[in-house]
Design a protein around this ligand. Structure first.
Ligand SMILES: Nc1ncnc2c1ncn2[C@@H]1O[C@H](COP(=O)(O)OP(=O)(O)OP(=O)(O)O)[C@@H](O)[C@H]1O
Ligand SMILES: [Mg+2]
Length: 257
């Protein structure tokens, strides 16, 4: 079991932000988490990473129950990409150092660096089509380049769980497709981490995402196999508006009426 949430609620300033979330992610599955702005997606991810503590309910991640584990050790097994991370990183570092810092899930590099680490950094930058950017300062990159470097960073520690919180935000359609195809490639590897992919855009849900959870006002509206969840009927109900779902290249495209 990769993630298990049992009746998890999170309350903040008298407001129930997450309400009785039950969610199980098994090894071999890849999940999309979809919901409108403010529905609680990032809060769920913060709970999984131990940045937030549930008001009630139980959470286990990578078979370890919260309350009984060293969160710093756990976080090394979780790769994490989000736009808020861009503000937390030291932007004046080289992209090599940004990727390297992923080894210890730290901001900046403080540990001894092995030659094998540097080799891995170079391989990851190449894998992510950033080989030509070597030596560049992170904050001078374009949004699309930054996002690819951040995914490389998240993979540096060979995580068991990879969390991508809106990784395609700010990318043009070509950069977006490139990132999506690269994520697809990761899932095809024998040693692929389990992926949780957060998006607002249904068409980003590639066939490799076996499962989808629809979150609304902090509650699970639907969850299950992506094919079962992403139907015209369920999505119309979820978005509370009549819409048409067109399937193209095994992806669902939404047309509003
Ligand atoms: N620390 C906090 N204190 C008070 N309210 C909070 C806090 N963190 C989040 N919230 C509120 O909880 C709700 C859910 O926020 P969250 O960031 O999880 O949403 P989200 O689904 O990730 O939205 P988006 O798509 O805009 O990223 C929002 O209304 C937000 O204002
Ligand atoms: Mg969010």
């Amino acid at each position: 079991m990769i993630v298990e949430m049992k009746k998890v609620s999170w309350r903040r300033e008298q407001r129930l932000i997450l309400d009785q979330i039950n969610w199980q992610i098994q090894k071999g599955e890849h999940w999309c988490l979809v919901g409108l702005n403010g529905s609680g997606k990032t809060s769920i991810l913060d709970l999984i990473n131990g940045y937030l503590w549930p008001t009630s309910g139980e959470i286990s991640v990578l078979d370890q129950r919260f309350g009984e584990i060293d969160l710093r050790e756990l976080r090394k097994k979780i790769g994490w990409v989000s736009t808020s991370m861009q503000q937390r990183l030291h932007g004046y570092e080289t992209i090599e150092n940004v990727v390297l810092s992923g080894k210890h899930a730290s901001v900046g590099v403080y540990e001894k660096v092995e030659e094998s680490d540097l080799e891995k950094v170079r391989d990851l930058l190449k894998d992510w089509d950033c080989g030509h950017l070597q030596g560049r300062i992170y904050q001078t990159l374009s949004q699309g380049e930054k996002q690819k470097v951040l995914i490389g960073r998240a993979l540096m520690a060979s995580p068991e769980l990879l969390i991508l919180d809106e990784p395609c935000t700010g990318l043009d359609i070509f950069a977006r497709e490139q990132v999506l195809q690269m994520i697809d490639q990761i899932t095809k590897r024998a040693d692929s981490p389990t992926i949780i992919y957060v998006t607002h855009h249904i068409e980003e849900i590639l066939p490799c995402f076996t499962h989808t959870l629809l979150l609304k006002h902090g509650m699970v509206a639907q969850q299950g196999g992506s094919k079962e969840v992403l139907t015209q009927e369920k999505l119309s109900d979820f978005f509370e508006t009549a819409l048409t779902v067109e399937v193209k290249n095994e992806r669902n495209w939404i047309l509003l009426h």
